[in-house]
Design a protein around this ligand. Structure first.
Ligand SMILES: [Mg+2]
Length: 437
């Protein structure tokens, strides 16, 4: 028997779950207003050889409880055996259903969330054991740096966190601009200029579904005017528009958008809008799992799927999605939520492994000011992030920062994302409506 066969595989012996709260400014969207802190959960797996792997997922109290419930099933398993781990989690959580996603712009399914947290941490471990970056475990690096898009938001004045809707007068540059109110086309253009000056983005995405579509469409025209025809523009009304509104404003913006993201709700509605427009449609709301793909292809609900490894069941599943997109003529890009550097590192490894990246990926990263990795925040150069060097994800958990952000979580009292309740603090009559316009 060879030495290889004699070697006992590594075993996960510790599974540490740490909910954190990271400062988030008052950004507006179709369901309300970002709370002063965004919740993330950091997972750390440690092997019997004391090799640690980390990951970051969108957090809330239910996800943390689901992670906790999976802990004893995962302890004792081999981090190389991702297929076995997936099978154990499927048996534990049951098969996912489309209904579990919910109506909100963010996804609320458990199995894919939990598996992605464990898979990314296991790949970090496997990378450290084999002395290879995660991108190599996904099949190898196709590019050295991954392009991201500016992600513009209508917002109220404020820095978020303890400052809430107040601003820090000492802030300068992007840190100052990030606090500034933006509720009209001029405000969005100013925000875009400040963000691009800091990060060098070459594409612009506007989160819509907040104000009357007239004002939001005019914001896109103002961006076109300010940045010229060579800067790709996108708007994402988060399915707040009816089919008629989507077609009306979609036609107005024809020729001006790189793509129109989730103008309306559901695959059927999207298919109707798609037939009426030349502009490609993208989604992270109507085709959000492998189970949604057959109907998407049958009725033609979108041109571009915005993947997200947190919701598609990890990095390897996202690679599988890229193959399916290629087969069925779908473009592929990436969705994001408020996140820190561990998620960004995973997104960059995935983005570097994808066969093609025809669209700059989404990231909320400029809106966050905290970090949970050593060495500070990621640097963007010309809108792109270089693939981290070093084995695994190439980022190291900063235990002091983790403790501080966990204390934020305990102190802030937020246990679930609730943009609607946050919005009602400023406008008591406001309520969430699907397809408001
Ligand atoms: Mg979206």
């Amino acid at each position: 028997m060879s030495n290889f066969q004699n070697k006992k595989g590594p075993v996960i012996k510790q599974f540490i779950i740490t909910p954190i709260a990271t400062v988030d400014p008052p950004l507006l969207n179709a369901v309300g207003l970002h709370q002063p802190y965004a919740l993330r959960t950091i997972v750390e797996l440690i092997t019997d050889d004391n090799i640690s792997g980390i990951s970051e997922i969108p957090g809330n109290i239910a996800i943390d409880a689901a992670l906790e419930s999976a802990k004893n099933l995962i302890i004792g398993m081999d981090p190389f055996n991702l297929n076995g781990i997936r099978q154990v989690l499927e048996a534990h959580f049951g098969t996912e259903t489309a209904g579990q996603r919910g109506d909100m712009p963010w996804d609320q399914r458990k199995l894919v969330h939990i598996f992605s947290a464990i898979e990314v941490a296991c790949l970090d471990i496997v990378g450290k054991i084999t002395n290879r970056p995660v991108v190599d475990l996904l099949g190898g690096k196709m590019r050295d740096a991954v392009p991201f898009s500016a992600y513009l938001f209508y917002k109220y004045e404020g820095a978020g966190g303890e400052l809430g809707h107040k601003i820090d007068p000492a802030a300068s540059g992007w840190a100052a601009a990030r606090q500034t109110k933006a509720v009209d086309p001029a405000g969005i253009v100013a925000q875009a200029k400040a963000m691009c000056a800091e990060f060098g983005f070459k594409s612009l995405k506007l989160k819509g579904g907040v104000f009357d579509p007239r004002l939001e469409t005019d914001s896109i025209f103002a961006l076109r005017e300010a940045f010229g025809p060579d800067v790709p523009l996108r708007i994402d009304p988060n399915a707040a528009w009816t089919i008629e509104t989507s077609i009306k404003y979609g036609l107005e913006m024809e020729g001006c958008l790189e793509y129109l993201e989730d103008p309306t709700k559901g695959q059927e509605g999207m298919a109707v809008v798609r037939k009426a427009l030349k502009t490609p449609l993208a989604t992270n709301m109507c085709t959000t799992s492998f189970g949604d793909i057959p109907s998407s292809i049958a009725i033609g609900s979108e041109d571009i799927i915005l993947s997200d490894h947190h919701f598609w069941g990890g990095l390897r599943s996202s690679m599988e999605l890229s193959k399916i997109c290629q087969v069925f003529g779908r473009g592929l890009s990436m969705h994001s939520n408020s996140h820190l550097g561990i998620s960004l590192a995973a997104m960059v490894h995935l983005g570097a492994a994808l066969p093609k990246v025809p669209y700059a990926l989404d990231t909320h990263y400029p809106w966050q000011s905290d970090e949970v990795i050593t060495g500070g925040r990621f640097k963007f150069e010309d809108g792109s992030v270089a693939v981290p060097k070093g084995p695994g994800l190439g980022v190291i958990l900063d235990k002091i920062a983790l403790a501080k952000l966990h204390q934020n979580y305990l102190d802030c009292g937020i246990t679930v994302r609730d943009d609607t309740t946050e919005m009602k603090k400023f406008n008591p009559d406001w309520k969430f409506e699907t397809m408001r316009w």
